[in-house]
Ligand binder design. Structure first.
Ligand code: EPZ
Length: 427
């Protein structure tokens, strides 16, 4: 059993570069199934969700190779692929849903036990299914699994998403690439990771316009070849480093990640009193640890370009010690703030009211034994522990490994006292 120990009170200093974005790499790996040539994703991070994706690709008959930091997939014929997604892999991550469209297109039928992932509240897949049904797929829901079949090619449609789901937008872009004729997708997500999927598919030969706007137009059935592609940097990891220096104090430079990708988070840190020097591809952040942070913030997490939901727990970790009461409302997920129990164990006064987290501020944080409830909540507890007196023990760090290759080592590289401990289980 592993834990992370964090001894607070060390200021951070140094330069750090975020890895390629998990939320790009995972859909891109699924999209490689549509390509008739080899695909290489440069510098793909070694995350447990990436490992799960590779296991899933292999389970459905795809061929994958790691060349050092790059992840490559080799083309396979439709006969070599199967559309049966094993339940343990589907249940291990939400991103198993990205395999619905490519496997339906390639094999004619796909069965997905309903996907797992962070328990952030209800996470239905109705928009994915409604869009695929509109393109002609037959959808059968049976128990905890969904089976999709097509009889002939999918058909291009004019489809409006009932809300701008990131995952459903990605599913429908992939399906539209295989559909006959033109597909118009309205009310789509505009997140940078959606744009990254479009850029990847376009490099493979797809004809797609409108990324970054609410309307996407896809001309289907273009031959998709292979490509070597550098996925975008991880803007949530970049925000995590920013939160860490805000909590602990010090000066760091985050390189190779355009501040425009996480502008809302940087602006929030600035409002709290962190000094930020913005460049095109880097940001330098400075916080004097002897000067209290400014609280009194009212944040509203929502779809891009608003404040990102994945950064809401990180913002909370920063605001615990800031002067003045703050509130964070998450419009997207009902259970975003499961980390509040850990914050409270460290001595913070904070209360979850529905989708809102209320933070009294001015907390003197003290070390505690806390549990990572989910990926970003776990990272937020680690950030809070950097500012706590004494040595915090963070249990269940496996959640954090789903999205950060080695966050404790990265923070230790910046001067934090933070390490992974392997504990013996008695007996
Ligand atoms: C992606 O999840 C990210 N995951 C999440 O990051 C991120 O929090 C989220 O987008 C929002 O930015 C990946 O990219 C792998 P959604 P996704 O579909 O695609 C509802 C992290 O920590 N909805 O945009 O699942 C849904 O319940 C993870 O890295 C439906 O109702 O998010 C939610 O309330 C956590 N029906 C809202 O939409 C659907 O069919 C937004 O979800 C689909 C979604």
């Amino acid at each position: 059993m592993q834990t992370i120990t964090i001894t607070g009170g060390q200021t951070l200093r140094g330069t750090i570069r975020p890895a390629a974005a998990k939320n790009s790499v995972l859909p891109l790996l699924a999209a490689t199934l549509l390509c008739s040539g080899p695909c290489c994703l440069r510098s793909a991070p070694e995350l447990s969700d990436v490992d799960t994706s590779l296991a899933l690709l292999q389970a459905v008959g795809a061929k994958t190779v790691r060349h050092g930091p790059d992840l490559c997939t080799l083309p396979v014929s439709a006969q070599e692929l199967c559309g049966e997604i094993p339940a343990p892999l589907a249940g291990a991550m939400r991103s198993s849903v990205f395999y619905l469209a490519p496997l339906l297109c390639r094999t004619g039928a796909v069965r997905l036990p309903l996907p797992g992932g962070c328990r952030l509240g209800p996470r239905p897949v109705d928009i994915h299914l409604a869009g695929l049904a509109a393109m002609g797929a037959r959808v059968e829901l049976e128990g905890d699994a969904v089976t999709l079949r097509r009889f002939g090619p999918l058909q291009g449609v004019d489809f409006t998403l009932r809300l701008p789901s990131v995952g459903a937008t990605m599913t429908l872009i992939m399906a539209a690439c295989c559909a006959m004729g033109t597909t118009v997708l309205r009310g789509v997500a505009c997140e940078p990771e959606v744009c990254d999927l479009v850029h990847f598919l376009r490099s493979c030969g797809a004809q797609i316009t409108g990324e970054g706007t609410p309307v996407l137009v896809v001309q289907g059935r273009r031959a998709l070849g292979g490509v070597t592609y550098q996925p975008m940097p991880d803007r949530i990891a970049a925000s995590t480093y920013g939160a860490a220096v805000a909590a602990a104090g010090g000066q760091i430079t985050v390189t190779d990640c355009a501040p425009a990708y996480y502008r809302a988070f940087l602006q929030f840190l600035q409002e709290c009193g962190v000094e930020i020097f913005w460049q095109e591809q880097a940001a330098t952040l400075y916080r004097d640890p002897t000067v209290p942070l400014r609280g009194g913030r009212h944040l509203y997490a929502n779809a891009w370009p608003a404040f990102a939901t994945d950064t809401a727990p990180l913002a909370a970790a920063v605001l615990l010690q800031a002067e003045g009461a703050s509130e964070i409302y998450d419009h997207l997920f009902a259970n975003r703030f499961a980390c509040a129990a850990g914050f409270a164990a460290m001595g913070a006064a904070c209360t979850v009211r529905g989708r809102m987290l209320q933070i009294a501020g001015s907390a003197h944080l003290e070390a505690a034994e806390v549990q990572a409830p989910d990926l970003r909540g776990g990272a937020a507890l680690l950030v809070a522990a950097l500012a706590a007196e004494g040595t915090t023990i963070l249990r269940d760090p496996g959640h954090i490994r789903r999205g950060y290759a080695d966050l404790p080592a990265e923070l230790a590289g910046l001067g934090a006292q933070c390490a992974v401990q392997r504990q013996r289980v008695p007996g």
